[in-house]
Design a protein around this ligand. Sequence first.
Ligand SMILES: [Mn+2]
Length: 275
Amino acid sequence: MNLRGKIEITELSDTGRVREHNEDAVTSNIDIGLMVLADGMGGYNAGEVASGIAVQIVADLASEGAAREERHGIDSHSGLMRQSIVLRDAVYRANKIIYQTAQSQTNCEGMGTTIVACMFYDNKVSIAHVGDSRAYRLRQGKLDQVTLDHSLLQELVDRGFYSEEEAQRSTNRNYVTRALGVEPTVEVEVHEYDVLPEDIYLLCSDGLPDMVEDEDIHLTISTFNDSLDVVGQQLVDLANDHGGRDNVSVMLAQVKEAFPAKKGLFAWIAGLFRS
Ligand SMILES: [Mn+2]
């Protein structure tokens, strides 16, 4: 299914005010309703290599999977939609390739990257993530953080050592407990959500929430939602105005109209024989 016209996407990635390189990477494919964002780390330009590999591999494998009819619908084994599995397996694969590259190329030693990726289909969205790059959703005037960071800070919040408010003010928020490329395998978190027309989804690297309070993110999206490009630029400008200490990347998707799946050819042929 082609989502052009049903979903609008915009993406923006900025070096910020302090860093010399932009180690974030973003890519999208409107035809299959895909957005991928990665925040790399590592010496020299290894962080850029890691995040670049991550978005490339996930985009390639997701397009391949989306084109194959048998990759749609529910997988009876896992209970997940097959699109979620495509996305998850793509992230597994990216992890493996980044890990192997880090092992074999001396100047890539120790590199890694976070990732957050989402794919829209059949009035749903699958969201996969590793690390502290985030997904948010604005629905009916309310902004929710959809992903929970794989970070030391989030673990401390989960265990009751910190309140969410204390965590927002903490200066030590960037220690991630999961990343791609660090181990031969990685645990990928993937969830599916129903999508409503007018929903706005935001993917971002930690450079946004580290610099801009959730309340201001909310206000910015609500105020400028007539133009996603303006929202994106405003969010990046806010992060930079507040210091821009890190690279900042934002991807936004606005749902213009419902996008139910068309019945596949096989379902259609089977239907002919049933009547
Ligand atoms: Mn970052």
